[in-house]
Design a protein around this ligand. Structure first.
Ligand code: 5GP
Length: 356
């Protein structure tokens, strides 16, 4: 048994120290980025924020909206080939959509069919998504998908430590998805005791991914889950995340998936994890016996129109930039100084927010 002594950090454990800035207006801040990748020959430009591949936000409806903002929609795994054929009758913007696959036999079968029908060419990104990216077989699966799709930008995860981040990139992924347990619908930490404070995971994995480079580009990471506020997205970028992926932040809107429910005069929307009983029952017809549910089902207050929220999100990122003196998103890590704070302060603010 070993104990690692240094304290690791979550988003709530830090604030950003303000710095002298030469910016005169928030409008001058560039929140788009352009990336090249370690394996894929593609070059991508956009706002590097994406929906989680969850049933509540990784949807066709979201793709129509997010692509207008140059943001990515990562589709949930439950769409069929026929669903995609219908979707592509009204959508053609590969740069802002990501196909998600698992590594089960039926997932790989659908991936092959998608490729044979020419449907994968309509995506720039493919996400190979497993809850536990530490299984040796996962690296073999990444190699198989890379061979099948040499040009795609391949995302793979989830993991939270630096050595495996490097291994996943070397196996064929361009971007590693970082996060075990921080998600709002995730019960992994409670069920298994496994996890890693998210901001430290992002900082450490970004460092090792960015250390891998070749003539095409460098290794990249996504900070996946745990962003409760728009400021957490800014903190993840400051910690070195190339992309942010969010589930609960993009759920609960008029345009999000899930039933709207009225209770005591207030409106709520459903939010549930990809491996919650609700998702397993709804999409696979039943809960699989050998799998414990590591996701929760909950109702979140109805948030209205997502366009307003996205405007606010862009505004808050630009505002962070002016406080830390960054002219563009790319400069966030260079300009950021984190101050460790007493968690009691941030939990007090959370209570204040919900009016408790
Ligand atoms: P959020 O932004 O809601 O805090 O986190 C979204 C992330 O939570 C997803 O991208 C995914 O990594 C993770 N997640 C979503 N559903 C589940 C689930 O059912 N179980 C677990 N362990 N993680 C989940």
């Amino acid at each position: 048994m070993r104990i690692l002594d240094d304290v690791k950090l979550d988003y709530q454990d830090v604030l950003l120290r303000p710095k002298r800035s030469t910016l005169s207006s928030r409008k001058d801040v560039l929140i788009e980025r352009s990336f090249t990748f370690y394996h894929s020959p593609k070059k991508w430009t956009g706002v590097p924020i994406m929906t989680a591949n969850m049933a509540t936000c990784g949807t066709f409806e979201m793709a129509h909206i997010f692509s207008k903002y140059k943001m990515i929609t990562t589709f949930h795994k439950y769409y069929s080939i026929d669903d995609y054929v219908r979707f592509f009758k009204t959508f053609n913007n590969p740069d802002y959509i990501c196909y998600t696959t698992g590594i089960r036999e039926q997932d790989i079968k659908q991936l092959k069919l998608m490729k044979n029908k020419g449907l994968l060419d309509k995506f720039s990104f493919i996400c190979i998504d497993v809850p536990n990216g530490y299984l040796q077989t996962f690296l073999d699966d990444i190699k198989i998908v890379r061979k099948m799709c040499p040009k795609h930008i391949i995302i793979a995860g989830n993991v939270v430590t630096n050595e495996i981040t490097e291994e996943i990139i070397l196996a064929g992924a361009d971007i590693v998805k970082i996060g075990i347990g921080p998600g709002a619908a995730c019960t992994t930490r409670k069920m298994t005791g496994v996890g890693y404070p998210q901001l430290s995971a992002v900082i450490e994995c970004a460092d090792s991914a960015h250390g891998l480079s070749n003539e095409r580009g460098v290794g990249r990471i996504i900070a996946d889950g745990g962003q409760q506020y728009t400021s957490d997205i800014a903190k993840a970028f400051c910690g070195g995340a190339d992309f942010n992926m969010c589930g609960s932040l993009f759920s609960g809107f008029e345009q999000s998936n899930g039933e709207t429910i009225e209770k005591e005069g207030k409106k709520y929307k459903e939010y549930f994890g990809s491996s919650s009983n609700k998702a397993m029952e709804e999409f696979y017809g039943k809960k699989e016996k050998h799998r414990a549910s590591e996701g929760r089902y909950t109702l979140i207050p109805y948030k209205g129109d997502i366009h307003e929220f996205l405007q606010d999100l862009f505004g808050s990122l630009r505002s962070t930039a002016t406080y830390i003196g960054a002219r563009q998103l790319k400069e966030f890590p260079k300009r950021a100084t984190f101050v460790k704070v007493n968690r009691q302060l941030t939990s007090y603010l959370e209570k204040y927010d919900t009016g408790e």
